[in-house]
Design a protein around this ligand. Structure first.
Ligand SMILES: *[C@@H]1O[C@H](CO)[C@@H](O)[C@H](O)[C@H]1NC(C)=O
Ligand SMILES: *[C@@H]1O[C@H](CO)[C@@H](O)[C@H](O)[C@H]1NC(C)=O
Ligand SMILES: *[C@@H]1O[C@H](CO)[C@@H](O)[C@H](O)[C@H]1NC(C)=O
Length: 345
């Protein structure tokens, strides 16, 4: 038995063609069963070739990360996994949100396993975490403007005010809080005037999560997201007090967030626009990186003149300019590099 939200991957048979990562990661347990080891799987990808100006960082969980100038990227290799019961159990839950067409879409997107076991488990090296990245992206894309603003405010609070040193609280924590609020409360209550009410509710959930070290994962409620957060008693007390103060402060809380971020939140256009631009920018950056790798590995393409590369660079510049321009209306001036850094941070 594994902790809820984790699983063990039993070997059935090899596909006729496929990556050597799978045969390289097989191992046997004490009962003689062949399993796919998550630890060996991560090892397999550790020596993946990187472009020369790129710096690799120490492994963090299932991800291998690298950076290149202001850009920081995480690489997680995941495997598609067929577990319709889990998604069906999620789809069966009563909800105010999302609408049923989105629920169906998320179910159809399926699940993945990523190579990370439950911290402290005896079988950590063969455990995998079940996740729904594509489904969760779909969910976030179907949040409405108030939900998104709430999510961004909570993310900023984590980053700029709580400043976790060891990822005890992450934007993923905040995403789950917003998904729970959206699911359990009437959608019509998320109108533009209610943002600070929901921020108060969100902070209240966060405070409880910190003081009880309990926050159910939105997709699999049996999994506790705080179980492996590594939250210390000191941190728990400190954050408890900080959050209480913020809840009493109300909208003035915005004064604590840095100017640039406030410009984003205060912007009259729906934040949805910004969030879409940011997703698109991230996509072009990833595409650019992949292409760069391909050019280096195969030596068959010239990076500078490659049309895909040109398109990536062109779109990145356009997005940057559009965002800078829109923010410029506010009377502030931002240069391009700053915009790119802000959007990717
Ligand atoms: C979901 O609900 C259907 C219909 O009520 C039921 O037949 C099915 O067993 C439920 N599935 C899960 C995984 O809970
Ligand atoms: C709103 O959602 C939160 C989070 O799940 C929940 O605790 C709260 O009870 C909900 N409010 C109402 C009025 O149902
Ligand atoms: C969010 O959705 C609800 C219900 O669909 C709606 O009443 C509310 O006005 C929406 N809020 C915004 C800011 O679009």
């Amino acid at each position: 038995m594994t902790t809820a939200g984790y699983c063990i991957v039993l070997f059935g048979r090899l596909a006729p063609a496929g990556t050597s990562a799978i045969p390289d990661s097989l191992c046997e347990n004490e009962c003689g069963n062949t399993l796919l080891s998550s630890a060996l799987f991560v090892d397999h990808f550790r020596n993946f070739p990187l472009e020369s100006s790129t710096v690799s960082h120490p492994q963090a969980g299932p991800s291998l990360s690298w950076s290149n100038g202001p850009f920081k990227n995480d690489r997680v290799h995941a495997i598609r996994c067929h577990c319709p019961n889990m998604l069906q159990a999620w789809a069966n839950r009563t909800r105010h949100w999302p609408p049923s067409d989105i629920v169906e879409k998320v179910v159809a997107m399926g699940a993945f396993v990523t190579p990370i076991g439950f911290k402290g488990s005896k079988h950590i090296h063969v455990e995998w975490r079940i996740c729904f990245n594509t489904g969760e992206t779909e969910l976030v894309n179907s949040l409405n403007d108030t939900h998104i603003k709430l999510y961004m405010l909570l993310k900023m609070i984590a980053k700029d005010i709580l400043k976790p040193k060891m990822k005890e609280i992450t934007s993923y924590t905040m995403k789950n809080i917003v998904l729970w609020l959206a699911k359990n409360n009437k959608s019509s209550l998320f109108h533009s005037e209610s943002l600070f009410h929901w921020l108060h509710e969100g902070l209240d959930i966060l405070r409880t999560a910190i003081s009880t070290r309990q926050l159910p994962y939105y997709m699999i409620p049996e999994r506790n997201l705080m179980a492996t957060s590594g939250l210390s008693n000191e941190q728990q007390l400190l954050w408890g007090r900080t959050i209480k103060d913020m809840m009493e402060e109300g909208p003035r809380i915005l004064l604590r967030l840095d100017k640039f971020r406030k410009a984003v939140i205060g912007y009259p256009e729906p934040l949805l626009w910004y969030s879409k631009m940011r997703t698109e920018l991230e996509m072009w950056q990833l595409k650019l990186f992949n292409r760069q790798l391909q050019c280096e590995v195969t030596n068959s393409m010239v990076f500078e003149t490659d049309t895909i590369v040109q398109t990536c660079i062109k779109r990145t510049n356009e997005i940057q300019q559009e965002v800078a321009w829109r923010m410029g209306i506010d009377g502030s001036s931002f240069d391009d590099v700053k915009v790119l850094k802000m959007m990717l941070s």
